[in-house]
Design a protein around this ligand. Structure first.
Ligand code: PMP
Length: 437
């Protein structure tokens, strides 16, 4: 039973984190585009749970796959062992990735995928006799999960400040978010590719032959839906190539159809060396993540004849049978319904609906690409994030789940969303924005 008095939540043995204490909200059931609360109130899902339920909730093929797998084989050790679905899934996944990214390493979350990719980059250089390449470069306003590597390369200072100094030799490209440039942009901003040249500044500062890898999200999600300027990711690719630095795309949010192609790498036509995914890989149904690697890179540290250094890495639950089954059911559902390109089909409609919010009180920017959108609000003086959070609470009362990141409202509905539901999402937010004024 939900607590009448939010303060009671402090004394529960389990406390869901991040602002749950202020006003506990419970979810009890989910199907398609909706959640239901324990009291039976229907909530439209505007964020695919947490950017992950791309095919919508409780999809039959995924449910069945998980149920059957649970009965057939619950667990298989991932070391020295394999199971058929892990191989079948890998074959199917690499059919979706950009050409060349044809090796898969399984993890259980986005954070683990990030740690794995960073370790792969270090191992790759070391095996090739370039052990001096130890520096890792992230980007300001990047988010790469909550483990030590991820918060080190991540650009959210708040995520780091409690934990002292983290990985040594990490630096950050200055962020691309410039409201003046992004303001009201439909798709990619036309200007600003030169912001990528900040990587050259870091190369000059640190000696590029000491840099192992650069990690960026093609579209930063958790720090406010920041869409790169045209040519920006290409420029990063060129600079990395020039200096022998590996480029990692963190596609935990953008992967599996969010921007209208299977991966954002394809949408932006830039192929990274390593690519991290999670969330949509298993439709959020069972925890799972993966790192995709170019074969030549992967083979260097994984299958090299000399095994100079063994890539000593992997999790108890890597390639978990339930996760593999869920992911296979997910890929079936994506394929049956054309979901990995549906965001491209709906992008225009979604953009028009979203950009109609311009001019409403406190809206200072609207951004979108594929089926991901950001509505940035002017912060209340001295109270950052408060205004957006009040919109979140109002939407919840109206029966809509959205997400806020600072003062930006983030939207990423399941890819099965209908046009009428897009209108409902935007209409509900409009009502909340007017009331929050
Ligand atoms: N990378 C990115 C780009 C993410 O958006 C997230 C989660 N939102 C993560 C990594 C971490 O994923 P997880 O929460 O599954 O560890």
């Amino acid at each position: 039973k939900p607590h009448e008095n939010p303060v009671d939540a402090y004394w529960m043995p389990f406390t869901a984190n991040r602002q749950f204490k202020k006003a506990p909200r419970l979810l009890a059931r989910a199907e398609g585009m909706h959640y239901w609360t324990p009291e039976g109130r229907q909530i439209l899902d505007g964020v695919a749970g947490l950017w992950c339920v791309n095919a919508g909730h409780a999809r039959p093929k995924i449910v069945q796959a998980i149920q059957e797998q649970a009965a057939e084989m619950d667990f298989a050790p991932p070391f020295q062992m394999g199971h058929p679905k892990a191989f079948e899934l890998a074959e199917r996944l690499v059919q979706l990735t950009p050409a060349g990214l044809d090796k898969v390493f399984y993890t259980n979350s986005g954070s683990e995928s990030v740690e794995t990719a960073l370790k792969m980059a270090l191992a790759y250089h070391r095996v090739r006799g370039e052990g001096q390449r130890t520096r890792l470069i992230g980007r300001e306003r990047g988010y790469h999960g909550v483990n030590f590597g991820g918060i080190s390369v991540g650009g959210m200072v708040a995520n780091r400040k409690m934990f002292g100094s983290l990985l040594a030799g990490v630096d950050h490209i200055r962020h691309t978010h410039d409201p003046a440039r992004n303001a009201f942009s439909v798709g990619q901003p036309a200007h600003g590719a030169e912001l990528a040249d900040d990587l050259e500044r870091l190369c000059a500062l640190h000696d590029p032959s000491t840099i192992a890898a650069v990690i960026v999200e093609p579209v930063a999600g958790s720090t406010g839906v920041l869409i790169p300027p045209q040519g920006y990711l290409q420029r990063l690719r060129e600079i990395c190539d020039k200096h022998g630095i590996l480029l990692i795309f963190d596609e935990v949010i953008t992967g599996f159809g969010r921007t209208g192609t299977p991966f954002a790498a394809q949408r932006f036509n830039v192929t990274p060396d390593l690519m991290t995914v999670a969330k949509g890989i298993s439709n959020g149904c069972v925890p799972m993540g993966a790192v995709f690697a170019k074969g030549s890179i992967y083979d260097t540290f994984m299958n090299g004849p000399e095994h100079l250094i063994e890539f000593f890495h992997g999790y108890t639950y890597s390639a978990h049978p339930l996760a593999c089954a869920a992911a296979l059911g997910t890929l079936d559902t994506y394929a049956d319904e054309g979901l990995l390109t549906r965001a491209a089909e709906l992008e225009g409609y979604f953009a028009d609906a979203l950009h109609a919010l311009r001019g409403l009180p406190n809206v200072i920017d609207v951004r979108n690409i594929g089926l991901v959108g950001g509505i940035e609000l002017a912060p209340l003086p001295g109270e950052p994030a408060k205004r957006a959070f009040s919109v979140f609470l109002d939407c919840w009362e109206q029966g809509l789940l959205i997400r806020t990141t600072g003062d930006t409202i983030a939207l990423s509905p399941p890819l099965i969303v209908s046009k009428a539901q897009i209108d409902e999402i935007v209409g509900t937010i409009a009502t909340a924005l007017k009331r929050a004024a």
